[in-house]
Design a protein around this ligand. Sequence first.
Ligand SMILES: Nc1nc2c(ncn2[C@@H]2O[C@H](COP(=O)(O)OP(=O)(O)OP(=O)(O)O)[C@@H](O)[C@H]2O)c(=O)[nH]1
Length: 622
Amino acid sequence: MPATPSHVPEPSRTDPALIRNFCIIAHIDHGKSTLADRMLQLTGVVEQRQMRAQYLDRMDIERERGITIKSQAVRLPWAPTHDKGSTHILNMIDTPGHVDFTYEVSRSLAACEGTILLVDAAQGIEAQTLANLYLAMENDLTIIPVLNKIDLPAAQPEKFAEELANLVGCEPDDVLKVSAKTGLGVEALLDRAVADIPAPVGVKDAPARAMIFDSVYDSYRGVVTYVRVIDGQLNKRERIRMMSTGATHELLEIGTNSPEMLSSDGLGVGEVGYLITGVKDVRQSKVGDTITSQHKGAEEALGGYKEPKPMVFSGLYPMDGSDYPLLRDALDKLQLNDAALVYEPETSAALGFGFRVGFLGLLHLDVIRERLEREFGLDLIATAPNVVYRVNMEDGAEHVVTNPSEFPEGKIDKVFEPVVRATILAPTEFIGAIMELCQTRRGTLLGMDYLSEDRVEIRYTLPLAEIVFDFFDQLKSKTRGYASLDYEPTGEQSSSLVKVDILLHGDKVDAFSVITHKDQAYAYGVRLVAKLRELIPRQGFEVPVQAAIGSRVIARETVRAIRKDVLAKCYGGDISRKRKLLEKQKEGKKRMKMVGSVEVPQEAFIAVLSSDESAGSGKGKK
Ligand SMILES: Nc1nc2c(ncn2[C@@H]2O[C@H](COP(=O)(O)OP(=O)(O)OP(=O)(O)O)[C@@H](O)[C@H]2O)c(=O)[nH]1
């Protein structure tokens, strides 16, 4: 653990006039974490020799993938260049950039008065630049527009400064130009933060109100909650109350991050820091909730608390059935640190015991799956991800379907699916290709705006099911990587959706059921049965492989019968060779799963479920 340098000022009760709270928002890969690194270095909170890239990204996956998943807050002392005598406290919050984690960005923004809007000077404005900028504007934040990576030969600072200025509503000269890599311009940026971002205002003598903008589980300390104090103050050892649940806890420790934890006796108006109460589960310390004192606490919570809502579901099954308890423990552990992760046990006739797990999006799914495999040594089969459907029956009953195999039978009146408003930014030459892609994904054009002569913003309403799987990959390949995408849920729509089942020898294989638009059902059925026919070995009898909607078969293939006699080629009396062959056959059988009366090799499930063409949209998962 790096030592805390001695010049960090006494953390508690800093004069709010000297505090500046800001975050950095940007499109993915535009350099937020690198800029945060430079700020840590320049303000001296991390010593040169302890510096490493992406200092604040603590999780292995974050570092390897180069993405930020959890927000981080850090306290930086900074004396502006023109007034070296007045040391200010800059509380910087590094935020995640990916759409799955937008809620974290919006909570971080609510804890700040200002934001640095960072744009890659070689790329220009991208979809998430806009999405984040709108969030910042909704929160009335002071925006400092900054172009990063000006050291790159491909950088076009003049062109993009103009674009950015138009967007933010300032002069191109007001756009700062920096290189987070070399550090060029970063001091000027810190000066600008002090000069432009308003100091926090709050009522010092009012009952305490602090907003939770993040909470993480630490196996030694329990949950560490990150807060921003709005009014009053929180003191060590007092009892605090969570305003959404009424639960009370003792404040065992409180302090600031510099960037390591530095405990203090309390936090006052405008301050940003952490607190520890000994709770063991992040769901008891929810992002967006308000904390107050138990004694003479506040009456009214701060606005803006939202339960994270899973958007995508997938079945997770251990490859080896005996790992089921291990998978359950692993999910329990991950949930301690991830309030958005939900799961419940489910059984599949084909895959055995597993869990139906809800995720915020596909990246969230990928990250969780990778952590389960890597941190807990699990080998998993994941079923094709699906969204949540609402089914209204003619008799008035309503079903919420998170697993396609549970799609109700009988007289269905309407099926609703979630839809999103998608914003795509791209060079104008790709307008045709983008519109074609969106049309094939059942999109409805909402509008189009030119950001400059050669860049356009296209807005579509799209079913979530059509974009969660491979839409982004397709978009990238059709635009040579130039398009960017952002989306937000906007409700649901009624669509002609059907469930396609796959039957082996007349038995439904639940793991292969999908809900898809009726126009895509046929293609999905044909493709899947053809594939299964290739993968399923011949059995002692003929096996029909069928795709069906209800009782109507829409595609069929047949696996022909064979009596497998492994000894057929073994003439003569070499008994040991015969035994070997028989043993080998037995071993092969162990890896088979019985689906009804048909033996299906585990590999067939994996091949189909992980193939590029298995997803419910009929277009394959990422
Ligand atoms: N040449 C150059 N490269 C930079 C600069 N700033 C960042 N990079 C590189 O750009 C890539 C992305 O930078 P990150 O700091 O990880 O980006 P980020 O915005 O934090 O990404 P997420 O955390 O995934 O949202 C890395 O390879 C950095 O080394 C810069 O000023 N110049």
